[in-house]
Design a protein around this ligand. Structure first.
Ligand code: PEP
Ligand code: MN
Length: 337
């Protein structure tokens, strides 16, 4: 429930509402706005009787929010959230960011070469999996802590903040020691213990959409992180499973503008996992930015044909360089400084 105050309501009116909400057994979250204050009501598990509130001084109206998310919604938080990843700002009004790197960290040479190349070409962050959520157990599972160490080394060498996936609640502390941005992968979007655990740290989180998740489920998953106190969340559309098999997944680009209507959190797009095909990554990266995404996440490998995972969707160095030229041209056209 959201209690919207009149623009001339005073502090005493607001305090009285907060006390009443508390007396009803709920938590009150005041949301000051430029025009008027609203007060979010948290902690209810169903419809709340609003008759008492509606009679109180300064109240304009009450909005019943029936969605399973509140803290991530625009109703509760009208201003855009900007997430700061070790100095790189992500969100509305910021220049679109490009996160690039291999699917997995494979060796010191591979990750440092890639880091230095993508940095030179204009990437804003370096990605690389150390804990890999692979479909089958007989494939490369990642270098684990050694992978984190190598990724951090490459981040230092190149000067890029680093992004890597955390798969289990037990490893959140370890991954947070190395990563600037912790990724929750599609397969773990509804791992609620993991979501709660990253909600308790003070580092930004990149939450990928589950492969069969609705937008409501996606936002409800983000709500778990915010509910634990971590508001530094970037959402990421990475394609969903449909009947189509010509592409690895189906990129649901309408999510970018839709999320911006529903939520204040930044939204990025991963065209690599969405399409599974190198040739489709550049056009869909540009399409994502035109659709209003705050950035893209793309896989890049020095020798994609030798990659231990996701080679077919990884850009070559040359492919990445030309994508960056197009991204720069587009960002300039869209008016970013
Ligand atoms: C990845 O980013 O390498 C990855 C495994 O992505 P997703 O969780 O979207 O499949
Ligand atoms: Mn991958």
């Amino acid at each position: 429930m959201l209690i919207v105050m009149n623009h001339n309501a005073n502090q005493a009116d607001i305090d009285a509402i907060i006390d009443t909400v508390k007396d009803m057994g709920f938590t009150a979250a005041p949301i000051p706005g430029s025009e008027r204050t609203a007060i979010g009501v948290l902690g209810n598990h169903g419809y709340v009787d609003d008759s008492k509130i509606l009679e109180m001084a300064g109240v304009q109206r009450v909005i019943h929010v029936s969605k399973p998310y509140k803290l991530v919604s625009r109703d509760f938080h009208p201003e855009d959230t900007i997430v700061d990843v070790a100095g790189v700002r992500v969100g509305q009004g910021c220049r679109p960011v490009v996160v690039a790197g291999p699917c997995a960290v494979e060796s010191e040479e591979q990750i440092i070469r890639t880091a230095c190349f993508v940095k030179k070409a204009g990437a804003d962050m370096l990605r690389g999996g150390a804990f890999k959520p692979r479909t089958g157990p007989h494939t490369f599972q990642g270098l684990r802590e050694e992978g984190l160490r190598l990724l951090a080394l490459a981040g230092k060498e190149s000067g890029l903040p680093i992004v890597t996936e955390v798969m289990s609640p037990d490893n959140v502390g370890l991954v947070a020691e190395y990563a600037d941005l912790l990724q929750i992968g599609a397969r773990n979007m509804q791992n609620f213990d993991l979501l709660r655990e990253v909600g308790r740290i003070r580092k930004p989180v990149l939450l990928k959409r589950g492969m069969s998740a609705t937008i409501e489920e996606f936002l409800a998953a983000a709500e778990y992180i915010l509910a634990e106190g971590n508001e530094q969340v970037i959402l990421c559309e990475r394609g969903i499973r449909t009947y189509e098999t010509a592409t690895r997944n189906t990129l649901d680009l309408a999510v970018a503008p839709l999320i911006k209507e529903l939520s204040h959190l930044p939204i990025m797009v991963d065209p690599s996992h969405a399409t599974g095909k190198r040739s489709l990554v550049p056009p869909m990266s540009l399409a994502a930015l035109v659709a209003g995404a705050h950035g893209v996440l793309v896989e890049v490998h020095p020798e994609p044909e030798k990659a231990l995972s996701d080679g077919p969707q990884s850009l070559t160095f040359q492919g990445f360089e030309s994508l960056m030229e197009e991204v720069r041209r587009l960002a300039n056209f869209l008016g970013y400084a």
